[in-house]
Design a protein around this ligand. Sequence first.
Ligand SMILES: [Cu+2]
Length: 500
Amino acid sequence: MNTSILLSHPRNSKLRIKQGTGWIPVMLLLMGLVLAGCNKDVSRNGNQAAAAVAEGPMQGEETAVLTHAPEVPPPITRNHPTKVKVQLEIKEVEKELAPGVRYMFWTFGGSVPGMFIRVREGDFVEFHLSNHPDNKMPHNIDLHAVTGPGGGAAASVTAPGHTSVFSFTARNPGLFVYHCATAPVGMHIANGMYGMILVQPKEGLPKVDKEYYVMQSEFYTHGKNREEGLQAFDMEKAIKEDADYVVFNGSMGALSDDKALTAKVGETVRLFVGNGGPGLISSFHIIGEVFDKVHSWGGAKVDQEQVQTVLIPSGGAAIVDFGVEYPATYILVDHSIFRAFNKGALAMLKVSGAADSTVYSGKQRDEVYLPEGAAIQTIPNGVAAKAPTVLSRAEMMDRGARTFNQICAACHQPTGQGIPMAFPPLAKSDFLMADKNRAIDILLNGKSGAIVVNGASFNGVMPQLNLDDASIASVLTYVRNSFGNSGDPVSIKEVKARRH
Ligand SMILES: [Cu+2]
């Protein structure tokens, strides 16, 4: 069957929508033909497949529980195949992509990624795909779990205000991506049209304490990264695979702070990780964790143990199981690391419980490191003998700029803008400017714990930097009078007074 004729050309379909002329009847006619043709094929193949993989006859009928990410439907405990009705609704919705950035997402179920579907190997799935009447576009679905033309795409082209029904047997166990496959396919995927279906192996998966659904994907916007307002899809950037955002679960921060995944020390965690693309391959990694068991490629079997980073192709998946042994906030990243720290591919798993110092000690000592032959005066050290006691404002700005570029810029960025969810801004920072003594204390002692800077929350660790009083006074004078800040200078005396 030639699927290409069924996929409406975008430009034509837009025109047709605008003019309100007869494209819907044409679509319906095509759909009718497709449904009539495919239903027969699918049910015939389906029944054969069911006979081949079922242990016993098909029994009963049920409606699948679908969940929004990061939730996963409960494990299926049946020991026989059944007929499963899946009802999925496509909605085009405007939502937040990043703080202050809006996007018109095309979704399976109202959010990105699409709703998680869980069936059992051998189940006969009756799929009902509805396209909400307020939507502008025709859509369909290609489930990688489906054996059949277009993975169901051909049978599911659906106009706004219609529902398509097709059926298939879930012959192959594993974790599979599904996505819209209406032309231009890349645009429908880029707008958020992907999700996952787990075909649970008939012997089940080993029991774990927590199961979560995490899906990476990228967005291409007309404006630059973090440019505010409603952003349109940018086809040129998409063709170049020059993503503005790479995110987990549909937006920057979707799994951070109070939306973080959670677990307790001693528990086992399973992540169903997918990559919707449309363009990039994910190097999925959790900072400070090791995956104990991995189903590479989302396949039915564990094929690796003790893995640091799993490769997840666009349109692919992986299942990773691991135990959590130590309380901390673990950071999920795409280890193509600029995507994590600059484009949003960063999520959190917060593990609570008692710390066992034999698993991990935390920092035990900070000792001065003076290798033989090193020049003492180049080592920043709080008691450096030659530190000046008075500096002019111009000298402070000069010294401060140097210290800033050598030390602070790595985290707070050369522009002082920081990095959302990781390093707070110093530029126009209300937190920095509100309290001089507090700023001095941060430079003297480092800083951890939750803070709010310019309305955004941060909960990171700024290390103690071992700077002398003159350097602290200078760098604070500099940052309090740069990047749009203006404040009075910080003197060496003031810093000295805060040292205990
Ligand atoms: Cu679509």
